[in-house]
Design a protein around this ligand. Structure first.
Ligand SMILES: [Zn+2]
Length: 175
């Protein structure tokens, strides 16, 4: 309870001897299993973004998002706002919202969803065992897909940028 990075996972959801549903493979689908490590990093606050780098680095690190250069790269910026990742995000996020609305309608629930909390740990909204199963089967795989695809796109853009800047440095040295 003293770890602020675990704020999206209530301590009441940790049960000794039981794997947290965020880390459980829902199926033997290898693609889904491959997405779990990145999803756990996001959920436990150990995924490194520019804001973490700026906070923990003694050298001056700019917390601005390198992908869009528009705002600080926080978790909410990365998951919900960064324009450079819009194309990856929009269709999956629409799907998540649509599936959640269906589930809430079936449960006759009118709770307000915090979309950031929902993506980081949808089990926060599990009120009963049935709904935990529903979330495992229908919502969590989409959250994993979203996080994993955003991560891959971010990595791809940053790698290209690194390549360009190292080529520039090489040219500079040659001339
Ligand atoms: Zn951005």
């Amino acid at each position: 309870m003293y770890y602020s990075s675990l704020k999206y996972i209530p301590t009441s959801s940790f049960k000794v001897g039981k794997i947290h549903p965020l880390a459980l493979a829902n199926s033997a689908n290898q693609r889904d299993i491959n997405r779990i490590p990145i999803r756990i990093k996001i959920a436990t606050g150990s995924y490194i973004l520019q804001t973490n780098r700026a906070a923990y680095n003694q050298n001056n690190v700019d917390p601005t998002c390198k992908l869009c250069d528009q705002a600080e790269e926080s978790l909410s910026h990365f998951l919900l706002c960064c324009r450079a990742l819009d194309q990856i995000r929009t269709p999956i996020l629409k799907n998540i919202i649509c599936k959640c609305s269906e589930l809430l309608a079936l449960q006759h629930s009118n709770i307000q969803l915090d979309i950031l909390q929902l993506i980081i740990n949808p089990f926060h909204y599990a009120g009963s065992v049935e709904s935990e199963n529903d979330i495992s089967c229908r919502i969590e795989p989409l959250c994993r897909q979203l996080i994993y695809n955003l991560h891959n796109k971010r990595y791809e853009i940053l790698s290209k940028m690194d390549l360009i800047s190292s080529r520039r440095k090489m040219n500079f040295k040659v001339s």
